[in-house]
Write a protein that binds this ligand. Structure first.
Ligand code: C2O
Ligand code: CU
Length: 579
């Protein structure tokens, strides 16, 4: 009780509340008052069995997914994070929150802050300035995969409403799950010979999945099919009601398709932006994306239904993840009488591109967008071999984290160890054959970054290509920190600089923070460099970013306010003294 009360207090009322005058006072507070929401989190390794297989997970206050942050627009979130991992650093990123005025609390290790050391407590403080569905997760090495993630739900201020209606609001996070530790995987990825992470062992819906404990390779003591930790997630619905279901993905690798047997979903929100509604039987979702769909509990209420999630885009070996869509008052554990939906064919890209193209800004909610860019950057996505290592590259440069986080290095002039030459702004797109195995012999690793002019419009064209395997091109969900961008278009084949921009959607482009580039395709997006700071832009597949698939943008560094010393302590910032 005290906790709830503590988290929702209004700034101006702190003292009054403390003396328990709240009942009479609350009703007189103006509706637009922003609140402070305070969280105390302890991050710790624990043994858990999300898919019945017992392994070490990183939990927040004992939980994975961690506690949800529930706030209203313009609230201030304060998270006091204690790192109790004992031998491991940590950093947490607030995915989709732009961090206007607080670029140092973006939580991106190596970009905006030094890692939080074992035993240390670090306080994040930022404003959630837009309503919508967002996420948080570890942003240090491949730590996110160990289970350090959760959801952020920002609702409109009291008295304002969404342009759609529903009776109940629910959130689920989809994930894929590996039994090997993130360290074992990371070591394999950077070894010669290369050891690929492979397909995940299971898919989780809101932290619950099911691994087959009776498979011969499993030691019986480490897998227990009757462990309540791995009983399926249950979404209970009241017949006749409409549910807003917020669906997010934080997979390490997999692109997913989500569906609820016998029920349609109306997509109304994507990455915090209202979507012109469209109806789907199954929703494709990529790591880092969030959607809200409306679901009506309008089917035969005498039974339960399967909610199912399947891998797409890779030849799936991971069994589908299942949850129970439970019609009240049926028993929540009663299995539906049907065979769960198998999910779409894994290698049919057409419906996935069609869904991408259907996502448009809702009428009345179209953000005015600049009609022309000041700068266009083409990012060729390739897989390369660099000094014997398999890497992902952007314009032949494979990203490497610096020892001194860029934000501090650039702001405080601690540039030693950071490459000063700008990375290439494009590639020889006339001659590059995106359909054959990359022969980019001159690819390099580098920590150089893109310096963007403040308050300008930048277009990014993500160009996909063949991997090092013949006839193979993968889907990459790209996520931009510190911004929302307009999605101008998707295409197949090689981007045509002269003709493709003529077909951009300049009527009702959706704004997002994560967007897929489809196999052998391109995706065009546009953003304003209006948020002083240093921002990562990377593929949200954990292993791909670890293998170099990302870039960093700087904009308006001179406008960044005084950095808190709490983000320092590593690289050149050791013992930093402000002159
Ligand atoms: Cu959700 Cu840089 O990531
Ligand atoms: Cu990728």
């Amino acid at each position: 009780m005290f906790d709830l009360f503590y988290q929702s207090r209004r700034i101006v009322l702190v003292r009054l509340l403390a003396v328990c005058l709240f009942v009479s006072v609350l009703s007189t507070v103006p509706l637009a008052d922003a609140r402070i929401r305070r969280y105390k989190w302890e991050v710790k390794y624990e043994y858990q069995s999300p898919d019945c297989y017992k392994k070490l997970v990183i939990a927040i206050n004992g939980r994975t997914p961690g506690p949800s942050i529930i706030a209203q627009q313009n609230d201030t979130i304060i998270v006091e994070l204690r790192n109790s991992l004992l031998t491991e650093n940590v950093a947490i990123h607030w995915h989709g929150i732009r961090q206007k005025g607080t670029p140092w609390f973006d939580g991106t290790e190596g970009v905006t802050q030094c890692p939080i050391l074992p035993g240390d407590t670090f306080t994040y403080q930022f404003v959630v300035d837009r309503p919508g569905t967002y996420l948080y997760h570890a942003h240090y090495g491949m730590q996110r995969e160990a289970g350090l993630y959760g959801s952020i739900r920002v609702s409109l201020p009291d008295g304002e409403s969404e342009p759609f209606s529903y009776d109940f609001d629910r959130s689920i996070i989809l994930n894929d799950w590996y039994h090997k530790s993130a360290y074992e995987q990371a070591t394999g990825l950077s070894s010669i010979p290369f050891v690929w992470v492979g397909e995940p062992q299971s898919l989780l819906i809101q932290g619950r999945g099911r691994f087959n404990c009776s498979s011969p390779s499993v030691e019986p003591s480490s897998c227990n099919a009757t462990n309540p930790e791995c009983s399926p997630y249950v979404l209970t619905v009241v017949p006749g009601k409409t549910y807003r279901l917020r669906i997010s993905s934080l997979t390490a690798l997999s692109a997913l398709s989500f569906e609820i047997e016998g029920h349609n979903m109306t997509v109304v929100e994507a990455d915090g932006h209202n979507v012109e509604p469209f109806v789907m039987k199954n929703l494709f979702i990529y790591s880092g994306e969030t959607y809200s769909v409306l679901i009506e509990a309008d089917q035969d209420p005498s039974r339960n239904y399967w909610a199912s999630v399947a891998v797409v885009g890779r030849n799936r070996t991971t069994p589908n993840g299942l949850a129970i869509f439970n019609y009240y008052p049926n028993h929540p554990r009663r299995s539906p009488p049907t065979v769960p939906p198998p999910g779409p064919i894994w290698n049919d890209v057409t419906p996935r591109i069609a869904q991408s193209l259907s996502i448009k800004a809702r009428e009345g909610y179209i953000h005015p967008h600049p009609l022309k860019p000041d700068r266009v950057i083409v990012f060729l996505n390739t897989q390369n071999k660099i000094n014997g290592h398999i890497r992902w590259s952007v314009n032949n440069v494979s990203f490497e984290h610096p020892h001194t986080p860029y934000l501090i290095a650039l702001k405080e002039n601690l540039l030693h160890g950071i490459e000063q030459n700008p990375p290439p702004s494009g590639y020889d797109f006339v001659n590059y054959d995106i359909f054959s195995v990359a022969k980019n012999v001159n690819a390099t690793t580098s920590n150089s970054i893109y310096r963007l002019q403040f308050n300008t419009t930048v277009d990014i064209i993500l160009q996909n290509a063949n991997t090092m395997t013949p006839n193979n091109s993968e889907t990459h969900p790209w996520h931009l920190h510190g911004h929302n961008f307009w999605v101008l278009g998707y295409g197949t084949g090689k981007f045509d600089m002269y003709n493709d921009p003529k077909n951009y959607n300049l009527v009702n482009p959706i704004m997002k923070n994560t967007v897929p580039v489809h196999p052998y395709g391109w995706t065009a997006l546009r953003f304003r460099t209006d948020n002083p700071g240093v921002w990562a832009f990377h593929c949200h597949i954990e292993s791909h970013f670890y293998m170099g698939m990302g870039v960093v943008f700087e904009e308006g560094i001179e406008k960044v306010g005084q950095l808190p010393t709490s983000i320092m302590g590593c690289g050149e910032t050791k013992g930093f003294q402000r002159p």
